[in-house]
Design a protein. Structure first.
Length: 154
């Protein structure tokens, strides 16, 4: 595309160039971020449809943040603090790169890729009602047992 535009401009401006004029063309093609309503329309079929529209709107806002810090409750302890980061994609079926780390245990890190709609579904269930937020139980089960185990149980 860039070469086509450059050629077109050269052809159109050739007479001016013969007169000693000079020019440089800079093109930048970037896709705009989809509007909130466009994102809702893209993700809704993968994330509960209109029945969970409020949670989906909130999750899309969280998706744009790129990170969350929370606390995973553990019986008889104060819990485990964690940081969850990701590089989200623009569409539900594109892969998002995710990292999970634990500030109190720097050697423990998880890195994985998931389809963005799965990430959004986890974010839809982000729970911060009673203090620091937590990812849903199905995330922790998926992380510890693996995707194949979850599908067998379902």
């Amino acid at each position: 595309m860039r070469q086509f535009v450059q050629r077109l401009l050269n052809d159109l401006l050739c007479p001016f160039l013969q007169l000693g004029a000079s020019f440089e063309v800079s093109l930048s093609l970037t896709l705009p971020s989809p509007s909130e309503s466009a994102q809702l329309a893209l993700f809704a079929p993968y994330c509960g449809g209109r029945s969970r529209e409020g949670e989906l709107q909130q999750a899309l806002r969280l998706l744009a943040q790129g990170s969350l810090s929370g606390l995973r409750p553990v019986k008889q302890t104060a819990g485990h603090g964690f940081t969850f980061t990701w590089q989200g994609a623009r569409s539900p079926l594109e892969m998002s790169s995710c990292q999970l780390s634990f500030p109190d245990s720097p050697a423990v890190r998880y890195a994985f890729d998931v389809e963005t709609h799965q990430l959004v579904e986890w974010l839809m269930d982000w729970d911060e009602q009673a203090g620091p937020g937590d990812l849903p139980d199905n995330f922790w089960t998926w992380l510890l047992l693996g995707e194949a185990e979850i599908k067998q149980d379902a």
